[in-house]
Design a binder for this molecule. Structure first.
Ligand SMILES: Nc1ncnc2c1ncn2[C@@H]1O[C@H](COP(=O)(O)OP(=O)(O)OP(=O)(O)O)[C@@H](O)[C@H]1O
Ligand SMILES: [Mg+2]
Length: 511
């Protein structure tokens, strides 16, 4: 009879093939996967990175070469091991990694063969590859030495690099499958993915790519300066019409979390190309809300982090100009529940009220800028704008009233004399029936909140109202023309037509 097993444990070694195939389902997009590799290069001190998408039908490949510190044999073998480092281990502040998994999970999400060649300064070239088909047949953790025969050129590290690493993806079953080289539709899809990768990296690593001496230069499908990826600043800090809240530095568990809110300029303040660029890789709506950066790298790029008043805030047209930056150090990964793909973060309970407070302010400002075409926000200098409508926000929702002190309204009421109560009835009917839902639907459908974009000239009836009010001011109220013009420039809707208002003095000399 066999002796009973006296060992206090059973060895539950994962099945190599089953585990590696399952890791493929972590849910990376091609661009998030490549961003993970860029993180590794940055952590290895790379200053330059060359990313190439090479189309060859089913034999296409994606190659990422960096000039970082490279790896020796032992480090490379360790790097290829899933779970190479524990997430509990403290990391240097500049290390963008956490789980010891990214290289493998990101790569296998896109390809079946992952090859790495690397060289340290003065070290020898080392090469290894994982081949998921080999692992499937052997069902063993066999990391293959050398490189596959068909990639000798791509896996080479140029001689002029002192040190560096090439990561090579081949057998891109999910991206190109078995497409033939002449399949134009597949080729177009492949290069569309490449473009999306480029846009994505411009966002995720924008801080590394910015400045006249950027920390990192990424060359995309080319070697020239034209092939260099330009950073995309989600907060449009360079634009004079961007409104920023003061930078807040919140001490948290021995570290500091930085937060700052931004309200981006209204469309009317942007050129067409600025507006298109401002939209970002996924569009205005997708990018409204919080941007969470960890170690300077963007992890979360939009959304409201499950914050909100009674209900969680969703993304909506009304707040699409609001973007809030949160900067985290990598020591808070656990607190913020950073996920393996580095694409999610959850604020800890202690910080939620503070973030919600800031978000409420930024959201209100964003609504204001959107509704008043920019520059008319409560924070803008033109504070004294006289509006025709006043919005009252209460717990039961918003209500809208016509401002009786608006000069045109006031004048009408004064002139009505005994009929004033009837005019008042009329105003109340208008106020009680503002078609809010209808306006809301129209505005969302057309993606814009205001009337026509270019408002150089008022239409004829409005021009007549403007002239009539100007005459009233100068003739009945005896204001100097310059003073009347100054006031009209700050009265809605005439404030939208400054050139027509300024032209008044010359056209309408009192006869
Ligand atoms: N381009 C590179 N240059 C030098 N070393 C690298 C490079 N890419 C990966 N490595 C090494 O491989 C290790 C494993 O990388 P991997 O991405 O799997 O995990 P990680 O970066 O430590 O953590 P995470 O799972 O959060 O990305 C890294 O810690 C690093 O030592
Ligand atoms: Mg990594």
């Amino acid at each position: 009879m066999a002796k009973p097993d006296e060992s206090p444990f059973d060895l539950a070694t994962p099945g190599a093939s089953a585990l590696l195939e399952s890791l493929r389902g972590v849910g990376y997009a091609p661009w998030t996967a490549i961003a993970d590799l860029v993180d590794n290069s940055v952590a290895a001190g790379a200053k330059r990175l060359w990313i190439s998408f090479v189309w060859r039908g089913a034999s296409s490949c994606i190659r990422i070469l960096d000039d970082g510190s490279g790896m020796d044999r032992a480090t490379l073998v360790e790097a290829m091991r899933p779970g190479s480092r524990s997430p509990r281990e403290a990391r240097s502040p500049h290390d963008l990694g956490r789980f010891g998994l990214g290289l493998k999970t990101a790569s296998f999400s896109q390809c079946r063969v992952l090859t790495i060649a690397s060289r340290t300064v003065g070290g020898e070239l080392v090469e290894r590859h994982w081949d998921l088909d080999h692992v499937r047949h052997s069902d063993a953790w066999q990391l293959l030495k050398g490189i596959p025969r068909d990639v000798t050129d791509e896996a080479a590290i140029p001689d002029d690099l002192e040190s560096g690493t090439v990561v090579l993806w081949t057998h891109l079953d999910r991206m190109v499958g078995t497409s033939s080289e002449n399949d134009q539709a597949a080729r177009a899809r492949f290069f569309e993915i490449a473009r999306q990768v480029e846009r994505h990296l411009a966002m995720t690593h924008h801080r590394f790519l910015s400045g006249s001496h950027p920390q990192l230069r990424i060359y995309f499908n080319g070697l020239s300066e034209q092939a260099r990826i330009s950073p995309w600043d989600p907060f449009m800090q360079w634009h004079p019409a961007t409104i920023a809240t003061p930078l807040e530095r919140i001490p948290y568990k021995g570290t500091v979390v930085e937060v700052q809110g931004f309200v981006l300029p209204h469309r009317d303040r942007l050129s067409d190309s600025e507006y298109d660029t401002g939209a970002g890789p996924e569009g205005w709506l997708a990018h409204e809300g919080f941007f969470v950066l960890r170690g300077g790298r963007v992890l979360v790029y939009g959304g409201w982090l499950a914050l909100g008043g009674g209900r969680r805030w969703g993304r909506d047209e009304l707040h699409r100009l609001a973007r809030i930056r949160i900067d985290l150090p990598n020591s808070l990964d656990d607190e913020w529940k950073i996920d393996i793909r580095k694409s999610m973060a959850t604020p800890p309970a202690l910080l939620r009220p503070r973030l919600r407070g800031l978000a409420e302010r930024v959201r209100a400002d964003a609504r204001d800028v959107l509704a008043h075409r920019g520059g008319r926000s409560s924070r803008a200098p033109s504070e004294s704008l006289v509006r025709a409508w006043i919005c009252h926000a209460s717990q039961d929702g918003a209500s809208y009233r016509i401002d009786r002190s608006h000069p045109s309204v006031l004048r009408g009421l004064d002139a009505a004399g005994a009929a004033a109560p009837m005019v008042e009835d009329m105003l109340r009917i208008i106020e009680a029936t503002v078609p809010v839902q209808r306006i809301w639907l129209d505005a969302t459908e057309h993606g814009e909140f205001s009337s026509p974009k270019a408002m150089e000239e008022p239409d004829a009836p409005l021009a007549a109202s403007l002239q009539s009010l100007f005459r009233h001011m100068t003739e009945d109220l005896h204001l100097a023309e310059a003073e009347a013009i100054r006031r009209l420039l700050a009265i809605e809707p005439f404030s939208n037509y400054p050139s027509a208002v300024r032209a008044l003095g010359s056209e309408h000399k009192p006869k």
